[in-house]
Design a protein around this ligand. Structure first.
Ligand code: ATP
Ligand code: MG
Length: 561
């Protein structure tokens, strides 16, 4: 159980009311219905917190139902990734079901409607059907095939099913009202002919139901109580209800409830656009850490708990809006702040040589080990040994030869703290022929072990460091927004015009403490003073920046008052 009992929104209020009134004898059953034609993205995470979350809160069940009615685009690869991603997010479907399991029942029900004069076979081509549909304020035109007799329709429909006609030759349409003010009710298509191999049903079928014809009926078969979907299906609800009303079903019917899709600034949540990014090579694949797919976010180091909290706590409404991506990052940071261990890594290394560091009997510099807490405030994270020696790496911008005003980090003659280690004072620099500083020399105060001076003197700065002889070479991958514009495509109408050409920066030759070699794949740690980084799942010395440390969301909220 991961759902607090206290969440409230218009959907949960409706469910609560149905329970109180005994509408479904107190039963709550939802479904999460992805089409296996792509990878799940953060929008689907939102849908899952609504579908699974609502059922969980009221002790109901939520099934996974693959909406696999389109053989041309669906594959096992997507199906498997969907199962994995759902479980990663922390949900487990009560059952895994498929719309394709109901193809037989849907077919029988189609004949049932034909027999009652409520569906007909139309030989018109797609253009004619679409032109005859009319528009808002423009009545539709009846198809010349609309008045076929049930017997004739039945024969033709059976012929469609038997594979007697090529793709596109005929469709089955519901016979409702070509002048209905709601376009969805102007004789919608129920079946189209597709001589395509379906990833589950193989070549068993060459006619496939449309979403509208399959969805509500699948809900009814499974005894779904609340069929929650996104707002674009709002105008389809009368059709959803119409089908259920015509069929020989129990009185207790599922109800469709719509909510606004989740949209985020600086990214897109449409499978079609995400597929384009992959196909173009803009990103490396569906699991590129810049992608808003669940696999991308996971590789980036986003904790599932942060995604769930964000998706739930932003609320569920019927008003379309776009959430700030900084708000999501703030949830990620908040979660990682308690779960991620601390480590030290230097992204832009500058050599720091401690000239008074002792040597052993053979003249080699001594190595000293410090026991360091893996978390400043959570003892459960334990401690680790960090090597220190006379040659270290510090961040290049933690040293200034000519310190600007208010620069309190290292400069000649200034004493600073090397975190968990000693106080050091810079004394001189080495430079290359071009005058660039290649190393900083310093002395350390042996009485300050652990980082505090016995005489109580203060330093203004504490810096992270890595011992040079013990350092691990790592590559840090820094990420920026995938789209430069907050609303991708707002200016030109095409989101992909706003792709950020500099969304990824590879820093090689970074130096890290040796313990980083012991992380597990995908483990996220905080590089002290820099940000959160996730170990790559394949290359153990590559680290993806999950988020920086600065909470930009807090600043945005302050600005907005
Ligand atoms: P896309 O437009 O990316 O193809 P879709 O709606 O076609 O998305 P489906 O696989 O059909 O994707 O969606 C499965 C479920 O997830 C549906 O209930 C759908 O409404 C919901 N969903 C998809 N995108 C979002 C989103 N951005 N916010 C909330 N729910 C979403
Ligand atoms: Mg869809």
């Amino acid at each position: 159980m991961i759902e607090p009992a206290s969440y409230s929104d218009f959907i949960r209020d409706r469910v609560r009311k149905d329970i109180d009134e005994g509408t479904y004898s107190g039963r709550v059953q939802t479904r999460f219905p992805p089409e296996p034609n792509g990878y799940l993205h953060i929008g689907h995470a939102k849908a899952m917190t609504v579908d699974f979350g609502t059922a969980e809160q009221f002790g109901g069940v939520c099934n996974l139902r693959l909406d696999d009615t389109n053989p041309d685009t669906e594959e096992y690869e997507y199906f498997n990734s969907i199962l994995e991603d759902i479980s990663w997010l922390g949900y487990s479907p009560a059952s895994v079901l498929h719309a394709s399991d109901y193809f037989g029942q849907l077919y029988d029900w189609a004949e049932y409607l034909i027999e009652r004069g409520l569906a007909y076979v139309d030989d018109s081509d797609t253009e004619t059907i679409s032109a005859q549909r009319g528009g808002f304020g423009k009545p539709g035109v009846n198809s010349e095939y609309r008045d076929r007799t049930p017997a004739e329709n039945l024969e033709l429909f059976r012929g469609m099913r038997a594979g007697e006609y090529p793709d596109g030759a005929r469709v089955l349409r519901a016979k409702i009202d070509m002048n209905h003010e709601n376009m969805a009710l102007r004789d919608p298509v129920m079946y189209r002919i597709r001589h395509s191999h379906h990833f589950r049903t193989g070549d068993q079928w060459c006619i496939y139901p449309t979403y509208d014809w399959a969805h509500g009926q699948s809900d009814a078969i499974e005894r779904v109580t609340h069929s929650i979907c996104t707002l674009e299906f709002d105008t389809h609800r009368p059709l959803y209800d119409w089908y259920l009303k015509q069929l020989p079903l129990p009185a207790e019917k599922p109800q469709q409830i719509e909510f606004a899709r989740l949209e985020l600034t600086h990214t897109v949540t449409s499978k079609r656009r995400l597929a384009k990014l992959v196909a173009d090579g803009t990103v490396d694949g569906w699991d590129d850490p810049r992608m808003p797919t669940l696999r991308g976010l996971r590789r980036r180091g986003y904790p599932a708990a942060a995604l769930r909290a964000f998706c739930t706590e932003i609320g569920t409404t019927r008003t379309n809006s776009r959430q700030n991506i900084e708000a999501l990052e703030s949830y990620v940071r908040r979660e990682l702040n308690t779960t991620a261990q601390r480590r030290m890594a230097v992204l832009h290394p500058l050599r720091l040589v401690i000239d008074n560091w002792p040597a052993d009997d053979s003249g080699n510099p001594v190595t000293e080990y410090f026991e360091v807490n893996n978390s400043p405030d959570n003892p459960d994270h334990g401690t680790r040994q960090v090597a220190f020696s006379g040659e270290l790496f510090i961040e290049a911008d933690d040293f200034a030869e000519v310190p600007p005003p208010k620069f309190f980090r290292l400069s000649i003659g200034r004493e600073v703290r090397l975190r968990n280690a000693y106080l050091v004072t810079a004394t001189s620099v080495d430079k290359d022929a071009a005058g660039k500083v290649t190393a900083v020399h310093a002395t350390y105060d042996p009485t300050t072990r652990g980082g505090d001076a016995p005489d109580g003197r203060k330093v203004k700065s504490t810096m992270h460091w890595v011992s040079a002889p013990h350092a691990l070479d790592i590559t840090a991958v820094l990420y920026d927004r995938l789209f430069t514009a907050p609303v991708p495509g707002e200016a030109t109408g095409e989101a992909l015009d706003d792709v950020n050409p500099n969304s990824r920066e590879l820093l090689t030759g970074c130096k890290a403490e040796a313990s980083l070699a012991e992380l597990s794949p995908a483990q996220v740690v905080q590089f002290e003073r820099i940000g959160y980084f996730a170990a790559d799942t394949v290359q153990p010395t590559v680290f993806h920046r999950t988020v920086g440390l600065r909470d930009e969301w807090a600043a945005i909220q302050r600005r907005q008052g």
